[in-house]
Ligand binder design. Structure first.
Ligand SMILES: Nc1nc2c(c(=O)[nH]1)N[C@H]1C(S)=C(S)[C@@H](COP(=O)(O)O)O[C@H]1N2
Ligand SMILES: [Mo]
Length: 547
């Protein structure tokens, strides 16, 4: 193994040790102060809309894993470079480690709600990396010591300070310190690494990597013990005041996704790299700002309020035409309208800003929360307490509005204000402040690129125009006429509607398209638009080979 590779590996191991110890310290300083998560969080908060779009388009609901993996790979390359550099020149390598620590500290302390304590994990992690790297380099590079650097050819060079000492020497002879360094160097030149040296290096490398991984895993495990899994399991949801709406027979079209999306299949989109762990025992919701009567309510008080159950289809603004960032669930919750009436918003408070436990915000038109629609402070999803990833213990659900302007998970605050006075999280990042869900439709079967036999072929899917309702779905084959599909019944205008159509398929390749018309009389435009700033448009189409 080449010396520079060993030095690079020493760099990676030192960085791993830094991250491992930081992960362990983050158990006390808060899970979001762990450097990877903190830096990843800053990246999430600062990516421009097109990049976020790209991330969601390419990685979908796995965008977080992709981000953390990417961050880890970049950090690995950086650490390798620091190791290689340290072999030749130590002070700039220390500066490189300091920079790594500084980035971690800057990220950790600027996360919403972080205190100065959040600086400790990245700071101590970086501080530990210095002696670890020193130790491993001594083993990786015979003759190496922080004051003596090695040149590219394996020959020893002196530090600049030593060079100047040489120059100022009266006789031009090297100072004794330099001489001894040179001697040590030439001695090691003569003695290349033995097999035993190599084994010793690899052993120490392995120990550092093992301790780093152990620290990291222990940290993660201890953090997860602080999780709310048990608190969630202990929740007994109150019954709804009235019976749940009945899903009409025939709501499900053959070949379309399930009318009710099971929780485990429900898409998940949020900016939280660490899922917020909010204990209902200490949870409160504060309604304040431009209101006559500020209100703070506890979990127990919330559960005593009248509860209703409603099917509502939630959609993400980042959903591409034909995409699957949409799901339909039965939500149990208390109507927010009554609570807002008690808080009594002042005239002009046209925006209700919801804030989550991790600092994320969204802004909903106050009118949409008070116009009689089923806007809920939800505690249940498909008969269970909200899954932690979907906002446990409490989230907002507002029919007809994209999630980023209405569906705050882990909600702890509602501040009444004006759209003119406050921009919620995604608005300065290039997304619209107001975002009703656009009328859309999707073909679920056949899949794009599927093969079918000649004869009758079932085409089926979903269409949605939440809170307006779907009036008509039409299917077009190639450039033929638009034909009406048969519409399945739905619980209400707040959910998607399934549709199906039997197509007499002839041999060859065919393009199938779908478009929906809502009950306002609006038919989906063929014009394509990107998700940003306020939702994609265009017709979904699939190509099918028949023969
Ligand atoms: N706290 C918080 N709530 C949030 C978000 C977020 O990033 N943080 N994302 C919103 C977006 S963009 C959408 S589409 C919905 C998705 O809800 P789900 O993950 O339960 O499907 O949550 C909304 N609520
Ligand atoms: Mo979203």
């Amino acid at each position: 193994m080449r010396t520079s590779i060993r030095a690079g590996l020493a760099g990676i191991a030192a960085a791993a040790a830094a991250l491992g110890i930081a992960e362990l310290l983050a158990v006390f300083a808060g899970p979001r102060s762990a450097p990877l998560v903190a830096v990843g969080g800053v990246v999430v908060d600062h990516v421009p809309a097109p990049v976020k779009d790209f991330g969601i388009a390419v990685f979908g609901v796995h965008d977080k894993t992709a981000l953390l993996t990417g961050t880890a790979i970049l950090l690995g390359l950086y650490a390798f470079g620091v190791g290689v550099l340290a072999r030749r020149r130590w002070p700039p390598a220390v500066a490189g480690i300091a920079l790594f620590g500084a980035v971690g500290v800057a990220a950790a302390v600027t996360r919403p709600g972080a205190g100065v304590g959040a600086a400790l994990p990245p700071l101590l992690g970086a501080a530990l990396a210095v002696p670890v790297l020193q130790h491993l380099l001594r083993l990786a590079v015979p003759g190496w010591s922080p004051g003596v650097s090695q040149g590219a050819g394996g020959t020893l060079e002196t530090q600049p300070a030593t060079v100047s000492a040489q120059r100022t020497g009266d006789t031009g002879e090297a100072q004794p310190a330099t001489v001894s360094a040179r001697r040590a160097g030439s001695a090691t030149e003569a003695q290349p690494m033995t097999g035993e040296d190599r084994r010793r290096f690899l052993k120490h490398l392995g120990i550092v990597a093992g301790v780093a991984a152990g620290g990291g895993l222990a940290g993660r495990w201890l953090t997860s013990r602080g999780a709310v899994t048990d608190a969630r399991a202990a929740v007994a949801l109150p019954p709804a005041a009235g019976p749940a709406p009945v899903v009409p027979a025939g709501a499900q079209a053959d070949g379309a996704v399930p009318y009710v999306t099971p929780n485990r299949d429900f898409y998940r989109i949020d900016t939280a790299l660490i899922t917020p762990q909010v204990d209902p025992a200490t949870w409160t919701l504060r309604i304040h700002g431009m209101v006559r009567n500020p209100i703070t309510i506890t979990w127990a008080e919330l559960l005593r309020r009248p509860m209703v159950e409603r099917y509502v289809t939630l959609a993400c603004v980042s959903n591409e035409v034909g995409g699957d960032l949409i799901g339909n669930a039965l939500w149990l919750g208390t109507p927010i309208q009554a609570l807002l009436d008690e808080a009594d918003p002042l005239p002009g408070a046209d925006q209700a800003v919801q804030r989550s436990a991790d600092g994320w915000t969204c802004g909903t038109p106050t009118a949409a929360l008070r116009d009689g629609r089923d806007a809920l402070l939800a505690v249940g999803m498909n008969g269970e307490p909200l899954p932690v990833k979907h906002g446990f213990p409490v989230r907002m659900i507002v029919p007809g509005l994209y999630g980023y302007v209405s569906a705050c998970k882990w909600i702890t605050e509602i501040e009444l204000t004006r759209f003119a006075d406050f921009d919620a999280y995604w608005v300065p990042r290039g997304w619209a402040a107001q975002a009703p869900i656009k009328t859309q439709s999707r073909i679920d079967t056949p899949r794009d690129g599927a093969a079918r036999e000649v004869g009758p072929v079932v085409v089926a899917g979903v269409a949605w125009a939440q809170h307006r309702g779907i009036a008509k779905v039409e299917v077009q084959v190639d450039d033929g006429p638009w034909e009406a599909a048969s519409l399945a019944p739905a619980v209400s205008a707040d959910t998607w509607r399934q549709w199906s159509h039997v197509w007499q398929a002839s041999p060859g390749r065919h393009v199938l398209r779908v478009r929906a018309t809502d009950l306002d009389g609006y038919t989906q435009t063929s014009e394509t638009a990107d998700p940003a700033p306020d939702g994609a448009t265009g017709w979904h189409q699939v190509t099918v080979a028949v023969g």
